[in-house]
Design a protein around this ligand. Sequence first.
Ligand code: GLC
Length: 560
Amino acid sequence: MTTLRSRQAAGDTDWWRSAVVYQIYPRSFADDNGDGVGDINGIRSRLPHLARLGVDAIWINPWYPSPMKDAGYDVSDYRAIEPVFGTMAEAEALMAEAHALGIRVILDIVPNHTSDQHPWFQAALAAGPGSPERARYIFRDGRGPGGDLPPNDWRSEFGGPAWSRVTEADGRPGQWYLRLFAPEQPDVNWDHPDVHAEFEESLRFWFDRGVDGFRIDVAHGLVKDAGLADVAGLEFPLPDDTPEGVEHPHWDQPGVHDIFRRWRAVADAYDGPRVFCGEIWVGRDHRLTAYLRPDELHTAFNFNFLMAPWLASPLRETITSTLAAHAAVGAPATWVLGNHDVCRPVSRYARPQDRVREGFPSLQGYLGLPADLDAGRRRARAAALLSLALPGGAYVFAGEELGLPEVEDIPLEARQDPMVAGTGGANIGRDGCRVPLPWTTDGSSFGFGPDGGAAPWLPQPPDWGRWSTAAQEGDPASFLELYRRALSVRGGHPALGDGALAWVDAGPDVLAFTREPGFGCWVNLGTDPVPLPAGRVLVASGPLADGALPADTAAWLALD
Ligand code: GLC
């Protein structure tokens, strides 16, 4: 009950500054109707589990009508519910039930691109070059003789050129359209007033239905260089020493901030805070926190923390620079260990941490490196306590509370991520963290769907049931009980959530800090046990060794 108390104590206006947000990938969470794909009623049936876990909010990945070329990130109608997931009435019921349990609901808005099946894009194809319909997207003539070459050198995140060519009404190869992701995800033109109006209207549509906020997909990508200048080899994220004024032509363009100022005004017109969290991959802290100025977004995912190796010095540096940059704009930091795009933390931390490659942290970056999953588990448990003790909010991707590993051996033909097709199989993509959750130790889909229902949309490993909620329930050594205990302590402790920390020097391999009143977090990233200060252990990520903190272990302490 402590978590409920603290939710109320956190106050209605500032809840987002310290919220623990649980990410639900609806396809993979719980399948109520047995068609092999998770759904809204599945989420509803598990809300009591989430309330018991002690989270403050849920973020639901896109649930709008979609041809599912990128698992819902190709939206064909922003103001309706995808029939595979359910109905609007079920969505409204979910929101009411979540709110009744004290859980806020955050949706996912996808403003960089629509589906190619969106009525706007279909109209643009039909209307032809130079038409007002095409002006809502980014259509250009090709380069070279016959316009056979893409208009510039931009590359898709999913492999190959970022442009696709259309066939015009007369049957001839025609213009090209920009799509930074899959060919079925045309980028919209944010210089167009219709685009602003459409998305602002969609925000209002859901706010009017009681939604508490939005995660903003690819928030740093909306504005493109007016001349569509070539990237010309410029790496992104731009290096730390990039001179001011040097900008990438399609990521983090300065003009993007005006869009979010307008969105903030839309949100602020509602009673009770409606909040935004940006998906912003920009590297440099000051460029991230520029999005968090008081009249822009409330929060952003802290991917620098997610990408930091499990080594004391880079982690400490990341935490320190994160906190300093956020303090400068008065925004709370967030602490993120995983999501539906990256390798699960257990499997990431299982790799030799001095050899993990920088960059986009999907499984592809870890292939070929040996994995010690026991070490990965110990570290992921310690990382959970670290992230939940740091000042600000935290995100928990469904399955993290179970310590699920990345499923690395999904056969190529069973993989669904468009990244696989886009790269001709060279990148195995992100399916390994999206495998449907195990709820029970046995059953045809380990409780993801009804027994005997259709096979889950991604295959589950045969031993998946050992990580299930049912297998962990009541086992004090389990991941699930660690998360429950940590969230319960966090919810009731006045030192946790938003605020400040003070580092304690406990040696080069230890991250140790205190928070007032009377709280300490000690994390041992070295190889030998280290002493703990005097105090009562509130929760530890593993057994202590005669009162000392073993390697890859974290402890929360009530300090005298
Ligand atoms: C974001 C989403 C990812 C999606 C991409 C394109 O990065 O998190 O899953 O593929 O945007 O919408």
